[in-house]
Ligand binder design. Structure first.
Ligand SMILES: Nc1ncnc2c1ncn2[C@@H]1O[C@H](COP(=O)(O)OP(=O)(O)OP(=O)(O)O)[C@@H](O)[C@H]1O
Ligand SMILES: [Mg+2]
Length: 238
């Protein structure tokens, strides 16, 4: 039995126009990601990695090309539809954690879920609890982000990303602001999520982090210049 395709980009272009400068951030990107895959994306600064991630996460739209997510064409959606799908299907983890400082840990994790009409208050409570347990942060549920270490803040950000059971986790330099010990802990957490079946796409500068994935995509000048699979056992039964 073959694995299901989760993400399919075809000939995706992204051109930014700022004043008189035109930047082709993505240049005919075609990429297929299967359910349960752990993909890392590397490449030099400015090559288009974050732009690619914001396309995958429906934060921005492409200039040309198509994007199918779980078989649905998501390239032509309205802003509201994009936001709805993003909230349900995509979990983001950013370098700078992006937690809201005047909300507690539990409230930060709950916030994206409260925008979902399919979830009751009770269900949200259960999901927040489960996500906190998964990242081993239940004991800090009532703390505020400023009362946590960087590593703990990133674990909360991971909990926020996974709480809604998204189809894919997108991480942009998730260990970029962490010391090596905390970076290891966050990488181990991503390994665990992958082992539990999560699909992960992670941008990283760090070769050691990149090697934790089972597939390495290299971007240069807006193009995919290498796409290499490592011979590792995967969590998904094929
Ligand atoms: N909103 C924007 N407006 C104009 N140009 C942009 C915008 N976002 C990105 N760019 C340009 O697109 C190119 C790709 O940027 P991107 O942020 O995707 O690079 P990156 O690979 O993530 O780099 P880094 O490793 O430094 O994070 C860069 O030349 C950047 O200046
Ligand atoms: Mg970037």
């Amino acid at each position: 039995m073959s694995r299901k395709i989760l993400v399919e980009l075809q000939q995706l272009n992204k051109v930014f126009l700022t004043d008189e400068i035109e930047t082709q951030a993505l240049n005919h990107i075609s990429l297929t990601i299967y359910e349960g895959e752990y993909v890392s994306i590397t490449g030099p600064s400015g090559c288009g990695k974050s732009t690619l991630l914001s396309m995958l996460g429906l934060l921005d739209t492409s200039s040309a090309g198509s994007y199918h997510l779980a078989g649905h064409d998501v390239s032509q959606l309205s802003r509201d539809e994009r936001a709805r799908i993003r909230n349900k299907e995509i979990g983001f983890v950013f370098q700078s954690f992006n937690l809201i400082s005047d909300l507690t840990v539990a409230e930060n994790i709950a916030l994206p879920l409260t925008y979902r009409s399919d979830l009751s208050k009770n269900e949200i409570g259960t999901m927040v609890k489960a996500a906190l347990e998964k990242v081993d942060m239940s004991h800090r549920a009532s703390h505020y982000p400023s009362q946590l270490s960087g590593g703990q803040q990133q674990r909360v950000a991971v909990a926020r990303a996974i709480a809604g059971k998204p189809s894919i986790i997108l991480a942009d330099e998730p260990t970029g602001n962490l010391d090596s010990k905390n970076a290891q802990a966050v990488m181990a957490l991503l390994d665990q999520l992958h082992a539990d079946g999560a699909t992960i796409c992670m941008v990283t500068h760090d070769p050691r982090s990149a090697e934790r994935a089972e597939r390495l995509v290299e971007v240069f000048d807006g193009k995919i210049v290498a796409d290499q699979k490592f011979n590792k056992p995967t969590a998904i039964a094929i």
